[in-house]
Design a protein around this ligand. Structure first.
Ligand SMILES: Nc1ncnc2c1ncn2[C@@H]1O[C@H](COP(=O)(O)OP(=O)(O)OP(=O)(O)O)[C@@H](O)[C@H]1O
Ligand SMILES: [Mg+2]
Length: 279
């Protein structure tokens, strides 16, 4: 089971959009995907048409001691989900012990089985929930729009990830920045992408997500961009991001996504081309 956190301390950088559509793309690539909404505001939960679930049917259960009850997983067409509840906000005040960063890791190990990917969507803040996500994860995606504040937020998030790796989760692999809401016509977008590539090299994913209206209107009542218009550029972009993530999961996983001819898959060559650093 490959556990992946999506986070950026800055709000509105495409975390939830990435969580939904990347999960849908991974699912279309044959992966069994569980999404866990750890944002007390629960936008992902709402966007997937699940409203405000009762606390005992939400991700709050991960922070309680009873692992004998079945996890509150709901099945959607695109993927499975443990939704969020506003009760997470109040519960946060009680999660103030050093060991309170371990709940999600321990819950996943004890109670969640049978998934290829578990993806954790987080709020735009360093909270006990986002720290739990990072402690439980093998990989992190930091969605970043190529604008001043999201880039600063992404760099702050990068520092948090370094701290978590050093102190709490040495198994956390190198994070990946994912540019979202990219408008190729804007000079400042090009400048921020060059700045990040120059500073962080190949941990900036070469696949990007361009601005796409279909993405912003598609996640309603449980649908994703792939249901609304599978040819939209948001769908194409998230399919490419999914390929990159499958490569992060390891070579055995990647073997499964290509045609296998000549030992090099279509997606492998596409991904290699996509991730070759430009500088
Ligand atoms: N590639 C895109 N093209 C156009 N609009 C987008 C794109 N990605 C996200 N959006 C829109 O930008 C807004 C913010 O996106 P999203 O909710 O995914 O960000 P977030 O980082 O999860 O925000 P928060 O920090 O509040 O949780 C939403 O209205 C979403 O529809
Ligand atoms: Mg969000």
């Amino acid at each position: 089971m490959f556990t992946l956190t999506v986070c950026n301390h800055k709000g509105g950088t495409g975390k939830t959009t990435t969580s939904i559509n990347l999960s849908a793309a991974l699912s279309l690539s044959g992966k069994r995907v569980l999404v866990i909404d750890l944002d007390p505001q629960g936008f992902l939960t709402r966007m997937m048409g699940l409203g405000e679930p009762e606390p005992d049917q939400s991700s709050l259960v991960l922070f309680q001691q009873d692992i004998n009850k079945p996890p509150p997983i709901q099945r959607l067409t695109a993927f499975d989900i443990i939704p969020s509840s506003p009760a997470l906000s109040a519960a946060m005040r009680k999660l103030n012990q050093p060991t309170d960063v371990l709940w999600v890791k321990e819950y996943l190990q004890a109670a969640v089985h049978g998934y290829d990917v578990v993806l954790l969507d987080t709020a735009a803040a360093v909270t006990v929930y986002s720290l739990n996500a990072l402690v439980a994860s093998q990989a992190v995606i930091i969605p970043v729009a190529p604008e001043y504040q999201p880039v600063v937020g992404a760099e702050q998030t990068w520092h948090t990830v370094q701290m978590v790796r050093k102190k709490l989760n040495p198994g956390l692999r190198e994070e990946r920045f994912l540019f979202t809401m990219v408008d190729g016509r804007k000079k400042n977008h090009r400048a921020y992408r060059e700045y990040m590539r120059g500073k962080y090299g190949q941990i900036v994913l070469q696949p990007i997500v361009r601005t796409c209206t279909t993405l912003s209107v598609s996640a309603r009542n449980g649908t994703t961009v792939f249901d609304t218009d599978a040819t939209a550029r948001g769908a194409v972009d998230y399919a490419n991001v999914a390929d990159a993530i499958i490569w992060m999961m390891g070579p055995q996983e990647a073997e499964l996504i290509g045609d296998g001819s000549s030992g090099v898959t279509d997606r492998e060559s596409r991904f290699r081309a996509a991730t070759t650093p430009t500088r």
